[in-house]
Design a protein around this ligand. Structure first.
Ligand code: MGP
Ligand code: SAH
Length: 268
């Protein structure tokens, strides 16, 4: 792991090596060997009520509607067990954290109690469930929670997760955990049309408010953010905290392409 301090305050901000190197890709293949070599048999089943909701949201059954086609092509990067019964909706397609990134993020939380505050279709939740002592997965959309539960079952980890349908902002005062993971909506796939993505563009609240709410629970905060995010604003979040927090930025690549960045904040 390469740690290069890039602002004068010691231990406040560092940038770590990315997954872009061939070594990172090799590691992923090794760690997934077991899953890849022990596939579950595929079952054809009757369309559930949930699947009908998903179809009506724009996704065709073969996953090739124009809006999601680009993500469907990447389906095995998103879920290596995609063919074993993974279910998605349109927002799920463009928001889910690719599996090799989620594995790396989860490894940083090994043994901890993690709250996945915007759990979506479960890309992160599933990987947290594999290595963390417990996982609370929250999403405001009941369809997402049903999809995440289904997907966690595909990975055999559903019983290791407490799924909650709710608004993270409202639930925050009652939450307790070691690490808070924030992968909020970025405003849709058009997030990269601006040169610099600023904290006020995050949803359902601006990034400063989300961070403040998170800090009232724990200083150990992980944010999954657009690759064009304004890094100076992240620095500000770290050193304006009282006491100042350390910040490590990880560039997240899949197949050599930068997908997003992860900001790890914690106590110095
Ligand atoms: P992308 O830029 O839409 O895809 O999202 P891609 O394939 O890099 O497109 P290209 O045209 O730039 O080549 C990249 C990754 O960012 C996705 O796989 C998701 O993991 C993540 N992501 C994208 N969006 C729009 C969101 C979002 O709203 N919220 C969260 N949490 N993650 C997102
Ligand atoms: N990390 C997830 C993707 C998260 S996408 C994965 O890998 O699958 C962001 C999610 O935030 C969406 O599913 C959306 O429904 C949810 N969301 C939006 N506002 C919310 C709120 N106030 N509280 C909880 N979840 C919310």
């Amino acid at each position: 792991l390469l740690i290069i301090p890039i602002i004068p305050k010691p231990n406040v901000y560092s940038i770590s090596g990315s997954l872009c190197s061939p070594i990172g890709v090799e590691t992923r293949v090794d760690s997934l060997t077991h899953e890849l070599t022990t596939p579950r048999p595929m079952k054809r089943k009757k369309r559930s009520r949930l699947e009908k909701v998903i179809s009506s949201s724009g996704e065709q059954e073969n996953g090739t509607s124009p809006k999601v086609k680009k993500y469907w092509i990447q389906r095995y990067d998103l879920f290596s067990r995609y063919d074993e019964g993974i279910e998605m909706d349109e927002e799920g397609w463009f928001s889910v954290t690719p599996e090799e990134i989620a594995i790396k993020q989860a490894e940083r939380c090994r043994g901890k109690v993690v709250i996945d505050c915007f759990s979506g279709v479960g890309g992160n939740t599933i990987q947290f469930a594999k290595v963390c002592s417990s996982v609370i997965a929250i999403d405001i959309d009941p369809v997402k929670v049903e999809l995440a539960m289904n997907n966690a079952k595909v990975y055999g980890v559903a019983d290791r997760v407490d799924f909650v349908v709710g608004d993270f902002i409202q639930l925050a005062p009652s939450l307790k955990g070691d690490v808070l993971f924030l992968s909020p909506p970025w405003g849709g796939p058009m997030y990269n049309k601006v040169e610099s993505y600023t904290m006020d563009m995050l949803q359902p609240r601006d990034g400063y408010t989300l961070f403040q709410i998170a800090q009232s629970i724990t200083p150990n905060i992980i944010m999954f953010l657009p690759r064009n995010v304004d890094l100076a604003q992240l620095e500000e979040l770290a050193w304006l905290s009282s006491p100042p927090l350390t910040l490590e930025i990880e560039e997240n690549c899949v197949g050599g392409k930068l997908k997003a960045i992860t900001a790890y904040f914690c106590c110095s």
